[in-house]
Write a protein that binds this ligand. Sequence first.
Ligand code: SAM
Length: 284
Amino acid sequence: MERWVEETLHDGFCVRLKVDKVLFDSQTDHQQLIIFDNEDFGRVMMLDGVVQVSTRDEFVYHEMMAHVPLFAHGKAKKVLVVGGGDGGVLREVLRHPQVKSATLCEIDRSVIDLCRAHFPEISQGAYDDKRTRVVIADGTKFVGETKDRFDAILVDSTDPIGPGAVLFTKEFYATCRRALKPGGVLVTQNGLPFLQGPELKESVGYFHALFKDAYAYMATTPSYFGDAMAYGWASDDKKLRRHSCKKLAKRHEKAGAFPTRYWNPEVQVAAFALPNYVRNLVEA
Ligand code: SAM
């Protein structure tokens, strides 16, 4: 008997994925977690009925969440990833040789353990890198209490449902602002503007109140069904998101010109060129 799973993020439409093999399907301490194989997207993890990662297209999302802020910043040494338990963003952050420490604060240890077991090709040893520090905690608690200061905070969270909801609040973003070093940058997973426009508008509205520069950039990860995804962007220096291809290429060169499957300097520059319907959501 064929089995299909439905994505339940949106009220008015849903996508379903055929399940070729289930590797895990249960409730963790925080959310419903299923890992299964699918003939089109490879191995897939869903949390509370929403696709989080698939082996076929994770490179898009993880490269764009890590390399855009780190090449924009240029000399980030201390990076914090909030969420990101699959280890993909962490993997990409650690490809930057100037990064001396990468802290990952994940609320659900089961996500890390199960992704290490079933998606080793995503974290690729990132959790064993001597620069990695894993904290199992709610991101709002960790960021609110940490004495550490970071050059970049990357919020690789679920959507604003379940445990992820608190990571879309002004209070949380204010603690991120406090935990950033001068010149630091905050990037957030901020959904699909076509379907989740109000969430993006709200997050970037908070960024405008807390930072000198607030914007977004976009990239399309096919398994985030319905639109290109927006990454919320906040810093105190508008120049960070306006570097030329030439400058970004030089920084990539200096970082060892590591190979990428999605990110390149031109893609970074183009990612900030927003369609008007998204620009209207993020401009003050
Ligand atoms: N790339 C995915 C996306 O765009 O939706 C996100 C992937 S990652 C698996 C999301 C992670 O955020 C999950 O592992 C989840 O446990 C974690 N998370 C959710 N709420 C959290 C919170 N309050 N503090 C820390 N981690 C949280």
